[in-house]
Design a protein around this ligand. Structure first.
Ligand code: NAD
Length: 255
C-alpha cells in the first residue's frame, strides 16, 4: 500500500484527487495538509494536519496541487524531511523552480505543468512540428476557467519551450505574451503565447504553425479535471520507486 499525502486537498483538483484515490488499488490517502480546517468530511483515519513536518512524516509520497507560495513552503520542509514529490502546481517563479531542483537532489521529484497523457504527447508533436515546419509562424493560444490565477498557463509555457527547442531557440528570447498598439510586423522567430479566461473551461491549448498558403493547428482539450488527478496518481505510483532526481511526466509515461 502506498500512503499518499495530499497537499491542496480542498482545491478543485485536490478534491478530485481524494475521490480518485478512494477508487485506486494499493494506494490510499494517509494525510492531508490544511491551513485552517477542512470544510468537508473525510475518512477519520486520515491525519488532517497544519504541521508540515507531521504531514510529511505520515506519508510515503506527496501529491501537490496548490498555489506557488504554498508549494514553496512544502519544498522548503521536504528538503529537511525528504519524500517523493509529485508537483502539479503551476506559476512557480524562478526561486520556487530552483527549490524544485534543490529538492530533487535529495528525493525523486516529478514536476509537470500538465499531468495528462494527451498533453505529454502534444509536447512531443509540437517539438517535431516546430523542427520540420521551418519558417512557419508559431502561435499558442490557451483558454481556462475564470478562476485560474496564473497566466499564461504552465502548460502553454511548457508547449512554447518544446516549440523553441525544436528550432534551437531560447524561449526566453523569443516568447511574447501580448500584442497591443502599433507594434509593427511579426518577427520571424517570435513565439506568442496568449491567454483567454472565461466560464468553466478546464483547459484548451492550441499550437498553430502558420505559413503562406497553409497552416496546421494542434489542439488539446481537457474535458474533466480527473485527467489531471488520475495522471498525478499514475505519476506518484511510478515515482515511489525512483532514485532522487527531477522527472517529467514523459519520463513516467516513457514517451
Ligand atoms: P484551487 O485554487 O482550487 O486550490 C488551491 C489549493 O491550494 C486549495 O486547497 C488551497 O487551500 C491550497 N492552498 C492555497 N494556499 C495555501 C497555503 N499557503 N498553504 C497550504 N495550502 C494552500 O486551485 P486548483 O484549480 O485546484 O489548481 C491548483 C494548482 O494546480 C494551480 O497551480 C493550477 O494551475 C494547477 N493545475 C495543474 C494541473 C496539472 O496537470 N499540473 C492541472 C490543473 C491545475
Amino acid at each position: 500500500m502506498i500512503n499518499v499525502g495530499v497537499f491542496g486537498a480542498s482545491g478543485r483538483v485536490g478534491k478530485l484527487l481524494l475521490d480518485d484515490l478512494k477508487q485506486t488499488e494499493r494506494m490510499s490517502v494517509s494525510t492531508v495538509f490544511v491551513r485552517n480546517e477542512l470544510d468537508f468530511s473525510i475518512d477519520p483515519s486520515i491525519l488532517i494536519t497544519s504541521c508540515m513536518e507531521s504531514f510529511l512524516k505520515a506519508c510515503d509520497i506527496v501529491i501537490d496541487f496548490s498555489l506557488p507560495e504554498a508549494c514553496e513552503i512544502l519544498l522548503e520542509q521536504a528538503i529537511k524531511t525528504p519524500k517523493p514529490l509529485v508537483i502539479g502546481t503551476t506559476g512557480l517563479n524562478t526561486h520556487q523552480l530552483n527549490l524544485v531542483k534543490q529538492a530533487s537532489q535529495v528525493m525523486p521529484v516529478l514536476y509537470a505543468t500538465n499531468m495528462s497523457l494527451g498533453v505529454a504527447l502534444l509536447n512531443k508533436l509540437v517539438y517535431q512540428a516546430s523542427a520540420v515546419l521551418e519558417g512557419f509562424d508559431i502561435e499558442i493560444v490557451e483558454m481556462h476557467h475564470r478562476h485560474k490565477k496564473d497566466a499564461p498557463s504552465g502548460t502553454a509555457l511548457t508547449l512554447s519551450e518544446s516549440a523553441a527547442k525544436g528550432r534551437n531557440l531560447d524561449i526566453e528570447n523569443v516568447r511574447i505574451s501580448g500584442r497591443d498598439g502599433n507594434i509593427g510586423e511579426r518577427t520571424k522567430d517570435e513565439i506568442s503565447v496568449m491567454a483567454l479566461r472565461g466560464g468553466d473551461i478546464v483547459g484548451r491549448h492550441t499550437v498553430g504553425f502558420y505559413n503562406d498558403g497553409e497552416f496546421i493547428e494542434l489542439n488539446h482539450t481537457a474535458t474533466s479535471r480527473n485527467t489531471f488527478s488520475k495522471g498525478a496518481i499514475r505519476a506518484g505510483r511510478w515515482l515511489k520507486n525512483q532514485e532522487a532526481g527531477l522527472y517529467s511526466i514523459s519520463d513516467c509515461l516513457e514517451l
